[in-house]
Design a binder for this molecule. Structure first.
Ligand SMILES: NC(=O)c1ccc[n+]([C@@H]2O[C@H](COP(=O)([O-])OP(=O)(O)OC[C@H]3O[C@@H](n4cnc5c(N)ncnc54)[C@H](OP(=O)(O)O)[C@@H]3O)[C@@H](O)[C@H]2O)c1
Length: 272
């Protein structure tokens, strides 16, 4: 296996596959305000959609939009025959109940795989829409032939969008499943005792360069999901320089999982 598990090659392969699909599908995007993170994510989605020949319908609402205005925009998009799946771009204003917006999107246009019905199916191990970041991790593992069967796979982070779905996906009785999974979080005691027994370490904490060589054993495969700004640069949750000698393989940040996420989201449009 190569040491640096680059995401762009994986994304290119997915985009080439999407290009061949017909008829072309359309991704709807709801965005409120001008958060720089979400604006740059939207730019990335626009670029990847053009490459994948996926149509885009963006509804941008001003920062001061009311919850009711946002709900009306989501309903309109849900009822539009021309839109196949809807992405709710966070952050939303604090007054907005995102959970209610997901219910409005409904399970059939839930391109993010976050509707309770689709999450429930994921938990049951049934075929369903896989949230884009866990989907990107699985695509990466598939591409680099990382077989988690029986391996101690430690996930740092239990968020609804990354850690929890990923843990359940890796537990499925299928080709990219059958892992022995441990999920850690901020209340986990003796974290290093657990991470140093990992064969595969997946990190999604949102803590810049938290994982150093003291957290790992030799020959571990590290998948770094984290994206953080540090001194004007993007860094992962893993201290790349500290672990790179000891690890068998590692995803870089930027250029790792993050490069695959949008392609994995667009692929979901064809699975809905
Ligand atoms: N590559 C991509 O496409 C992509 C997509 C989504 C997110 N991300 C990045 O991935 C990272 C995680 O995102 P997220 O949305 O999952 O974050 P999140 O919702 O903030 O969850 C972070 C998780 O890390 C745990 N945690 C925090 N500090 C910890 C510590 N010291 N020890 C052990 N666990 C700790 C938290 O534990 P508690 O539950 O106890 O609080 C929580 O479960 C972020 O850097 C984000 O930017 C990347």
């Amino acid at each position: 296996m190569q040491k640096i598990l680059k995401g762009a090659t994986v994304a290119d392969k997915i985009i080439d596959k999407i290009k061949t699909f017909s008829p072309k599908r359309c991704l709807g995007v709801i965005k409120v305000g001008a958060d720089p993170g979400s604006s740059s994510y939207l730019k990335g989605i626009t670029r990847t959609s053009e490459r994948a020949k996926v149509k885009l319908a963006v509804s941008e609402l001003p920062e001061h939009a009311t919850e009711n205005n946002i709900k009306i925009a989501v309903k309109k998009m849900r009822d539009s025959k021309g839109v196949d799946g809807i992405l709710l771009m966070e952050p939303f204003p604090e007054v907005v109940n995102v959970r209610e917006l997901i219910e409005i999107v409904g399970k059939d246009k839930d391109v993010e795989g976050i509707h309770p019905y689709n999450m429930g199916k994921l938990l049951l191990g049934e075929p369903t829409i896989i949230p884009s970041t866990p989907g990107a991790v699985l695509e990466l593992m598939n591409f680099y032939k990382i077989d988690p069967t029986g391996l101690h796979t430690v996930i740092l982070g239990r968020s609804k969008v990354v850690g929890k779905p990923l843990a359940n996906l890796l537990l499925r009785k299928n080709r990219l499943g059958n892992a022995t999974v441990t999920v850690c979080h901020s209340k986990t005691k003796n974290l290093k005792d657990i991470t140093t027994t990992a064969d595969i370490l997946i990190v999604a904490m949102g803590k810049a360069e938290f994982v150093t060589d003291e957290f790992i054993q030799d020959e571990v495969i590290i998948i770094d999901v984290g994206i953080n700004m540090k001194e004007g640069s993007l860094v992962g949750d893993v201290d790349f320089e500290s672990v790179k000698e000891k690890a068998l393989a590692i995803t870089p940040v930027p250029g790792g999982v993050g490069s695959i996420t949008t392609a994995s989201l667009l692929l979901n449009l064809y699975k809905l």
